[in-house]
Design a protein around this ligand. Structure first.
Ligand code: HEC
Ligand code: HEC
Length: 227
């Protein structure tokens, strides 16, 4: 009798502990070692310097992990990432995701518009006009981020991505603050055109479909400046 009682306790404990073991998180230090290849494009610490390569620093672990799985399974179409993800086992994906999530995203320089205009006489006037346009786009982007577009029924980004574009960890809504505007433009355009179709039940397709090219550029500029 006595022995039976003693045995029951550890068994119950084991059952309580098991879920935690199943959801074992990645190891930051192991992840760091596994990102040597990734740094070529995503930069040291996940802060890429090339604007078409997304920054990964500070991104939510759950979001990173799912993207890697989707690249591997071909659910998210990205030729550059597919072969790389194919080579990663599940534990590596968890470790890498834990590592990048533990890093801090870097800030961007203010967006600029370059014109193809070679007219030397008007260089100053052109620069002024471009700066004016950036200002206008940032205002439009801020408004769209916070309020959406009632007329065309674009949802406000703030509802899911948060007041500081930090995303939502429990829901794995990605953080988008300080991301490169070029990458944001590409991501939104991919959603709009249906080129990015993993997680089809997320609302990004419906949202991006209703956005104009100008709105996409504006909100991308604005988000790239959010910290
Ligand atoms: C040759 C350049 C290159 C290398 C090397 C590379 N990536 Fe990428 N990665 C990209 C590009 C480009 C994208 C954006 C794909 C798109 O536009 O959908 C991307 C996207 C990602 C994303 C999704 C980011 C997001 O915000 O949705 C993750 C996660 C990622 N890479 C992880 C890795 C990891 C981990 C490695 C190393 C094992 C790696 N990458 C190596 C180019 C690269
Ligand atoms: C209903 C919630 C919701 C709203 C509203 C929303 N998003 Fe998203 N967004 C998501 C989710 C979920 C994802 C991740 C999709 C995936 O995993 O493939 C995402 C992904 C993104 C990405 C890709 C991030 C990356 O690293 O690749 C960008 C950029 C983005 N959203 C911008 C916006 C903008 C701009 C708006 C407002 C116009 C907006 N979102 C409104 C839920 C939302």
């Amino acid at each position: 009798m006595m022995l039976k009682k003693l045995l029951v306790f550890p068994l119950t404990l084991a059952i309580l502990i098991t879920p935690a073991l199943v959801q074992a998180k990645g190891s930051i230090s192991a992840g760091k070692e596994k990102t040597a290849n990734c740094a070529n494009c995503h930069g040291e610490n996940g802060n890429s310097v090339v604007a078409t390569f997304p920054k990964l620093a500070g991104q939510h672990e759950g979001y990173l992990y799912r993207q890697l799985k989707d690249f591997k399974d071909g659910e998210r179409n990205a030729p550059m990432m597919a072969a790389l993800a194919m080579a990663l086992d599940d534990q590596s994906m968890q470790d890498i995701s834990a590592y990048y999530a533990s890093q801090t995203i870097s800030a961007n320089l203010p967006p600029v518009i370059f014109s193809d205009d070679d007219d030397d006489d008007d260089e100053e006037a052109t620069a002024e006009k471009n700066a004016e346009e950036v200002k206008e786009l940032l205002l439009l982007g801020a408004n769209l981020y916070r309020n959406g577009n009632l007329k065309s029924k674009v949802s406000a980004c703030i509802a899911c991505h948060g007041p500081k574009a930090e995303g939502n960890k429990p829901s794995s809504f990605p953080s988008i603050k300080s991301q490169h505007s070029d990458y944001i433009i590409k991501a939104l355009t991919d959603f709009k055109k249906g080129n990015r179709s993993n997680l089809p039940d997320n609302m990004m397709h419906l949202i991006a479909k209703k956005m104009t090219e100008k709105e996409i550029k504006a909100v991308a500029f604005y988000i790239s400046m959010m910290k």
